[in-house]
Design a protein around this ligand. Structure first.
Ligand code: O2Y
Ligand code: MN
Length: 593
């Protein structure tokens, strides 16, 4: 147990409010996880997957399948601190509402206390949180996604600070009432952040980012505020290590909006001989300055919570191998004949008969999806065949390059390098991606998602841009170079111009060479582009014409972007840093020259 009085008092307060039947302090052991999984098998939440040792299939309530941005709030004291991209409510008003909802919310259930570390325990880049939850599903997922248990309490000590994360599925049980397989409260969901207090309250949902509070809520929304105050960066970025045939290695961080193949890039298998890519993380990067002036990054997580549909031996063999055991699959389909899970595009041909994510009998050709498009696997990072040897290094890894990018069929070249940190910040601030069928709303619309942080920045995005610019002015800083990539260019007749997947290593090779000072580049109005011979396309079936198009700058198309960027910037009002307006004006001037 702990002597941390702040924690002990908080657990007592929450227990008095939520009135659970029991309180269980999680030790993080295998035995504890086995007992919780057995409990969930008994009550119908989990079904063991015979084909995958230590793994379970789980189906959520049909109304609890994804993050709920419209129910997500940043409750800063001052509304202006939440900014135009977040929902805001006055903190006292929200607390009064939440107290009403949480009162008696855990009746008939156990309150689990989960001490967790985001990042290697004891790392100076890591931070500790404690999640109080009435969901055993959350406990076993948090055990994979973070480091939990007794060793975290030891690190916390009697006086250590922690991010307080309170979660309830919002479904109290009356005496004798039988539980459902996926308890939740679909009509009363609240995902609420109090940034000044480093506190999170989540009610009504048991799913993913709404309930595993170490992920988006802590590691991005609260941590972005901590990073602003502490002079570091908490970003929605993968981290990978890239080694050249001579054994020299750099680390790259990259931010992409959804549906841009972020996990695939994080676990990429290079097609070019002698090059090796290794994964540190697929979703979040915390970067702090080291005394050598460089930014060092950790992946605060310890697992992957990846989208299953679309994941295959073709698109991401390393992810497929990662989820072979000790994994939880939520809202995929089940193949009774094989004793295994299945999802769209996992295999070229779908099985003849499945149980769908809705628990219904499913056969091909019905027009319905067998797995929910946001079905997820939860899997330990250490099981990834290409996990980087330094992924648990408490000092983090030095970042040489930061990549922004999106899905753009026209205009944006395959890759270009920013002219400076300020220009790179500008590129990230206007980052856009075309929506796909996997997302809500219209398909094929370019949506601005600055630094891929739109739903995850815990404060005013104008201030966030200013923070990025301030990082660039840190005395003695040796900053990463910033690049912009677009794997999704199409020809006029609708063909993909670039093969993507493992071939993206060719672009990473040029980025590596730019960082090493050897990559050849030509300066254009939008930044540095590879010279035609600088990109290694040996053995690749890309015609010279297609390559020229991939590496071209269409000034008219870029000029047409300018009003859209100005409109996007206008949203941030007086808090939009002048440095970004200067970059936009300079871009326009260069394009018109
Ligand atoms: O739907 C959810 O709750 C998961 S969202 C998610 C999960 C893993 C990595 N990234 C995301 C995201 O929305 O960016
Ligand atoms: Mn993400």
């Amino acid at each position: 147990m702990t002597k941390n009085t702040k924690l002990l008092n908080w657990v007592s307060e929450v227990a008095a409010l939520c009135q659970p039947d029991n309180i269980h302090w999680c030790d993080g052991s295998q035995r504890e996880a086995d007992e919780l999984c057995a409990l969930m098998v008994k009550n119908g939440t989990f079904k063991p997957i015979p084909a995958r040792p230590g793994s379970f299939w789980c189906r959520s309530h049909a109304g609890d399948v994804a993050r709920v941005e419209d129910r997500t709030f940043i409750c800063s004291q001052d509304k202006d601190d939440a900014g135009p991209t977040n929902n805001w409510c006055e903190p006292a008003e929200m607390k009064a509402k939440l107290h009403g909802l949480f009162k008696g919310a855990m009746k008939g259930r156990t309150l689990y206390v989960i001490p967790f570390s985001m990042g290697p325990i004891g790392s100076h880049i890591a931070h500790i949180g404690v999640e109080l939850t009435d969901s055993p599903y959350v406990v076993v997922n948090m055990r994979i996604m973070t480091r939990i248990g007794a060793k975290v309490l030891t690190e916390l000590g009697a006086h250590g600070a922690f991010v307080a994360c309170l979660h309830s599925v919002g479904a109290p049980l009356a005496p004798g009432q039988t539980d459902v397989a996926w308890p939740c409260n679909p009509d009363h969901k609240y995902i609420v952040h109090f940034p000044e207090e480093h506190t999170i309250w989540s009610f009504g949902s048991g799913y993913g980012g709404n309930a595993l509070l170490g992920k988006k809520c802590f590691s991005l929304r609260i941590a972005s505020c901590m990073a602003r105050d502490g002079g570091w960066l908490a970003e929605h970025m993968l981290i990978l290590g890239l080694t050249n045939p001579q054994g020299q290695k750099i680390y790259i961080a990259a931010a992409f909006p959804s549906a841009c193949g972020k996990t695939n890039l994080a676990m990429l298998t290079p097609t070019i001989p002698g090059w090796k890519a290794e994964c540190i993380g697929d979703d979040i990067a915390w970067m702090k300055f080291h005394s050598d002036g460089r930014l060092y990054a950790i992946n605060p997580e310890a697992g992957f919570f990846g989208v299953a549909p679309g994941t295959s031996l073709h698109s991401n063999p390393n992810a497929i191998h990662t989820v072979a055991r000790n994994s939880i699959f939520t809202n995929v389909a089940f193949d009774e004949a094989k004793g295994d899970v299945w999802w769209e595009e996992m295999t070229a041909q779908s099985p003849a008969k499945l149980t769908s994510w809705l628990g219904e009998e499913w056969a091909p050709g019905t027009g319905k999806k067998a797995a929910h498009p946001n079905a997820r696997y939860t899997a330990p990072a250490e099981q990834c065949p290409v996990i980087d040897p330094a992924w648990q290094d408490p000092n983090g890894v030095p970042i040489s390059a930061i990549l922004f990018g999106g899905r753009r069929p026209t205009t944006v070249p395959l890759v270009f390098e920013a002219l400076s940190w300020q220009h790179g910040t500008f590129l990230g601030s206007q980052q856009s991606s075309e929506t796909t069928a996997a997302q809500a709303g219209a398909v094929g619309v370019a949506r601005r998602d600055p630094m891929a942080m739109l739903p995850f920045c815990g404060y005013h995005m104008g201030d966030y841009f200013a923070h990025w610019l301030k990082i660039g002015k840190t005395p003695g800083a040796k900053l990463p170079k910033i690049f912009y990539v677009n794997w999704f260019r199409k020809s006029a007749d609708g063909r993909w111009l670039w093969p993507g997947f493992g071939e993206n290593a060719r672009v990473l090779k040029w980025i590596f060479e730019r960082c090493a000072g050897t990559g050849k580049a030509v300066q254009t109005a939008i930044g540095w582009l590879p010279t035609p011979d600088a990109l290694d396309i040996s053995g690749l079936k890309v015609s010279n014409a297609d390559l020229a198009e991939l590496l071209s700058v269409d000034k008219a198309k870029w000029l047409a972007e300018i009003p859209a960027i100005r409109e996007h910037f206008a949203k941030f009002g007086a808090k939009l840093p002048k440095g970004l307006v200067a970059e936009l004006d300079a871009l326009e001037k260069r394009l018109k020259a």
